[in-house]
Write a protein that binds this ligand. Sequence first.
Ligand code: ADP
Length: 441
Amino acid sequence: MKREKREIIYSIVILIMVPLLMVGNTLLFYSSVRKLYNEDIRRKADLLNSVMAEVLRSDIKANNADLIKQKLGSIKKQQPEMIHLAVYVQKDNTINSLAWSDDLDEHVSSATSLQVQIVFEKKQAVAKFEKIETSHGVTQVWTVTSPLIDQTTNKVVAVVGSSMSTADSDELIASILNMPLIFGIVSVVVVMALLFRHLRFVEYARLLARQREINQTMNDFLSVATHELKAPTTIIKGYIANAMDDSSNPLAESTRQQLGVALAQTDRLNALVQDLLNVSRIEQGRVEYHLQMVKIADVLSPIIQSYQLIAKEKNITINYQADRSLMVYADAGRVQEIFTNLIDNAVKYSTHGTVDIKHQVNGQLVSTIVRDTGIGMSTEQRKRLFQRFYRVQDEQTKNIGGTGLGLWIIKQYVENMNGTIEVDSMAGVGSQFTVNLPLAK
Ligand code: ADP
């Protein structure tokens, strides 16, 4: 089973077990406390019975039912949890009430009769936990029946019974347990929330791993495909160039033109392959940066030189204010790629006008500004400019070839050489790219 799957199952088990254990624990605690309190009530009723039996001994002997009834009534009044008090006697094997504390009639229920009978026989107290009907409704009580023994004959002369309600103690337990219960519920909610978060993290981690896998596969494919594409395009380009240059076999003008188009398209394909290769290298961290002191004008001048012809054909003037003393701390090869791309774009996305290139020193940085008077772009388009494969799609750009990778690539280069790249542009007015690289002294 996969690790993530195991983790999800584990989290679900915890998610079910933790609340169950917490609820179980609270219930167990509640029933233990309740049992303890109930035991206490039973003992209390037993004790009260013994005391009552002694107090009523002479009255019982004298069969003074009215007086006993009076006394039972006043005892009951002083004990709010006392529901019922009674004194039972046995005559001709039948249990009768001699006196009782309240308006309940003197009829003895068969259950009570049986309980009292046992006391008469066993000569010891018997307790019973039961539900009884009172004027306030049904209540749970301990009905304890205790014997009154004649010391001389050692016989049970009467049985004293009392029913004590557990309602007050139940209320007390509930109020005591309120806080831990609330705390328990809050804890369960917090634990559940944390676990849910954990589950989501597990899911994120899984997705991240999957995404990495996909990225890796994509990079591997890109790497292999571009390498495989590079070789045939170079060969095709070579053959076309040879055919065009072959003076021993001059070509017809139309053939020359067609081969010219084929050569341009091969160049385009080569540029695309090169861009994809660069992306693949960047993604895999395989780009090497040999940082050293580089005279930036020495890198820029040849690039500008190489673009003069294309610029002239488009009626564009390239002005370069070279500063031969300025040095940047960078990789010369990457710097060349960065400015080739920027100047290429400046010429490519202009129909006429000028491309101005200059340097400025800003503290520890050398800013190189490439400014054109080309088609420019809107604020929305500018925001997405450095995204991979992003190209402005409109009437003006639809016939201009490109991959949308150049700016993304050079941004990675600049940032990996501790620099930054900024853009400012306005549709119909032009664009300005500023590359800031560390100044070398
Ligand atoms: P490509 O030029 O191959 O499409 P880039 O990453 O170099 O890719 O440029 C991305 C997009 O940014 C271009 O397609 C173009 O729409 C826009 N762009 C870049 N440079 C300029 C510029 N100097 N003027 C106007 N638009 C530009």
